[in-house]
Design a protein around this ligand. Structure first.
Ligand code: FE2
Length: 333
C-alpha cells in the first residue's frame, strides 16, 4: 500500500474516549459460563497449567474507528491506525484493513510505488495478491499468508489482485525501523499460511505471526522493535491471556464479533488502544456470545522523530527530501 489517501490529508482521527474501567484479576482462559462470573468478581483464580500468568492486565485507553479512504489506484480500505496515532503507537505507523466482495473496490490494486525507511507486513485472510519489486522478487499471497517486507533504503513494488471476483480481505501493517536500520538493504519474506505457527487450546486458536505466545515462537522475530503480531480466534466465551512487556505500545483490532478487553467491550471494526501502565503485565481478551477474531499487536517504541511523506518514513525532513530525490533519480529501482 502506498500511504496516501486519508493519512496525509490532515483528517482528524475519530477517537472515542473510554473511561478507565476497573480490572478483573480473574484468569480464565476458556471457561464459557464460568467466565461470565468474572464481571461479578465471584470467581477465584482458575488457570490452566500452561497459561502464562497475567495478574495485572492493561485497560483500554480509548476506542478508535478507522477512516474510510482509498489508496493506490483506487482501492477502498479502512485506515485504522492513522498518522495522528503514530507517536502514541510507536513503532507502528499505519494499519489498513481491506475487505470486500465487490471487485470494483480492490481490482485496481497498488501499481508500482516506492517505500523507504520501514517494514510492511501484509496479512491476507482471503484472496490472492501478487507482488513484484524492483529487486526482482515476486510472490503470490493467498488465504492466510503473510508477506513481511523490509523496505530499508528503498524498493519500488506493486501489489495487484490476481482475482476478478470473490472476497478479498486482509490487513497491511507498517512497522517503523530504527534510524540505524532505515538504510539497510531491502529484504522480504513470503510466509505461506501453513508456515505460521499456532498456539491452540479448547476454544482458542492463536496464529503467531511475530513474537511469541504461550511458548510458540512466531514466524518472524525482529530486534529493536520486538513486534508481537497475533491473529486470535475465539469461540464464544473463550479467553486468552497474553503477557506484554510493560513499556511496549499495544493495541487490539477486532474484526469479527465482540471482544472484551479488560472490562471494555470492543465491537468489530474498532481498535482498542491499550493503556500504558508500569505495573501491567499483559492483556486479557474474551469473546462474547458469538465467535470473535482480533489482531493483537505490540512492540517496543523507538522514541525517535517520525517524518513521513507518503510512502517514505524517515527521521528528518532532509532525509525525506533525499528519499524523493533518490526516487526521482531512479536510485530506488
Ligand atoms: Fe506498498
Amino acid at each position: 500500500m502506498v500511504g496516501g489517501g486519508g493519512a496525509g490529508s490532515g483528517m482528524a482521527a475519530s477517537l472515542a474516549l473510554q473511561g478507565p474501567g476497573f480490572e478483573c484479576g480473574v484468569q480464565i482462559r476458556w471457561l464459557p459460563g464460568l467466565a461470565e462470573a468474572c464481571h461479578h468478581h465471584a470467581m477465584d483464580t482458575i488457570r490452566t497449567p500452561t497459561t502464562a500468568p497475567v495478574t495485572h492486565p492493561r485497560r483500554v485507553e480509548r476506542l478508535v474507528a478507522g477512516q474510510p479512504t482509498s489508496d493506490g489506484a483506487g482501492v477502498k480500505l479502512t485506515r485504522v491506525l492513522t498518522q495522528p496515532l503514530q507517536r502514541r503507537l510507536d513503532p507502528f505507523l499505519m494499519l489498513d484493513a481491506f475487505g470486500s466482495d465487490q471487485p470494483g473496490d480492490y481490482i485496481a490494486g497498488f501499481p508500482d510505488h516506492p517505500h523507504r525507511g520501514f517494514e510492511t507486513i501484509t496479512y491476507m485472510l482471503a484472496g490472492r495478491m501478487r507482488h513484484r519489486d524492483s529487486a526482482g522478487n515476486q510472490g503470490l499471497l493467498e488465504d492466510g499468508a503473510v508477506q513481511w517486507m523490509t523496505a530499508g533504503r528503498g524498493v519500488i513494488h506493486s501489489e495487484l489482485p490476481e482475482q476478478t471476483e470473490g472476497v478479498m480481505e486482509g490487513f497491511q501493517l507498517w512497522l517503523n525501523l530504527h534510524s540505524a536500520d532505515k538504510m539497510q538493504q531491502p529484504a522480504y519474506r513470503d510466509i505461506p499460511s501453513a508456515q505460521i505457527p499456532e498456539h491452540t487450546a479448547p476454544g482458542l486458536r492463536v496464529r503467531v505471526i511475530a513474537g511469541s505466545s504461550h511458548g510458540v515462537a512466531g514466524a518472524v522475530q525482529r530486534p529493536r522493535t520486538e513486534p508481537l503480531y497475533l491473529d486470535i480466534h475465539l469461540d464464544p466465551g473463550a479467553r486468552l491471556e497474553q503477557p506484554l512487556p510493560a513499556g511496549h505500545n499495544a493495541f487490539v483490532y477486532v474484526y469479527r464479533g465482540t471482544v472484551t478487553v479488560g472490562q471494555t467491550a470492543v465491537p468489530a471494526q474498532r481498535m482498542a488502544v491499550l493503556a500504558q501502565d508500569a505495573a501491567a503485565d499483559g492483556v486479557l481478551l474474551q469473546a462474547g456470545e458469538a465467535p470473535a477474531r482480533a489482531l493483537l499487536i505490540a512492540g517496543a517504541p523507538l522514541g525517535e522523530p517520525i517524518a513521513q511523506y507518503g510512502p517514505f518514513v524517515m527521521n528528518t525532513r532532509d532525509e525525506l527530501i533525499t528519499a524523493v530525490e533518490d526516487f526521482q533519480a531512479g536510485r530506488l529501482a
